[in-house]
Design a protein around this ligand. Sequence first.
Ligand SMILES: Nc1ncnc2c1ncn2[C@@H]1O[C@H](COP(=O)(O)OP(=O)(O)O)[C@@H](O)[C@H]1O
Ligand SMILES: [Mg+2]
Length: 332
Amino acid sequence: MASRVKRVMAEEASRGSAGGIGSQVLPFAPMSAGYGKVAVLLGGRSAEREVSLKSGNAVLNALKSSGVDAHAFDPSEYELAELKEFDRVFIALHGRFGEDGTIQGALELMGIPYTGSGVLASALAMDKWRTKLVWQAAGVPTPRYALLTSRTNFEQVVEELGLPLMVKPASEGSSIGMSKVMQAADLQPAYELAAQHDRLVIAEQFIAGEEYTAAILGDVALPLIRLETPHTFYDYEAKYVANTTRYLCPCGLAPERERGFQALALRAFELLGCQGWGRADFMLDASGTPYFLELNTSPGMTDHSLVPMAARQAGLSFEQLVLRVLENAHVG
Ligand SMILES: Nc1ncnc2c1ncn2[C@@H]1O[C@H](COP(=O)(O)OP(=O)(O)O)[C@@H](O)[C@H]1O
Ligand SMILES: [Mg+2]
């Protein structure tokens, strides 16, 4: 066993039942030493390639500093068949061909354990429309919406859902192709922009209120994070460029309300069949009613990303988090 891994275990064991948030929500789970040769999948060919390179390199460095025999693997540069020489895969790809079940299917066929959700859950969570259908059927609250096509009567959509509206491609991430529509005349141009990214476009009732995200690790929801941005919504700039976005963790909710939303987030995760880890984005309207927006099955993993922030609040370092995710790698 690598010495760093041993140290991580010792640190976790010594926290034991001392009562820190981490030890309460994350019961000690021994790390198995046998990770073997690990490929960190990064880059890829989705619109989120650049973010994935950052996530993947952060994961790679963390694994290496824990003594794991980890190697970067960019599927847009190498044949997937070359993964055969690896014992495990850490998926740090975002978006299409990485988070959507395709690479998961390839790894299933090759029989190589990989991190995160399986084929079905990855594909389902990538599709914001079908995610909403499942959540609606099972009572997880999500904003009202309409599917848009070139033949849609846009005025009728505005009549039904009101304004403002959020228009988004069903299968993108990082707020790509999204717009907030303030007046009826802007709906069609917003649809056309979103349609450049995906065949499926949805218009959602705009939820004016607080934005939160719930990171999930194994079968627990980590402390919630509240996001505050002076932008009209949490757009690409606010996510990756601006330094005006504020992240509050602890999030400021009363503990029992936070626990309620964590339980709901875990249910939203389990309903889609997600595994290993993920992140549910949701909003609270002015009356405090939650609305789940989406579930990310391969969330950002840079030092500044949200899941690492929530993990830190739960007492887990970035290195420990990465090992936990790797530990849950699976096939089938
Ligand atoms: N219905 C909505 N009401 C208000 N804000 C929204 C709504 N949908 C999305 N947003 C804003 O847009 C951001 C990105 O939307 P999201 O559905 O999470 O897609 P992405 O996959 O791009 O993260 C959210 O973090 C939130 O700030
Ligand atoms: Mg989101």
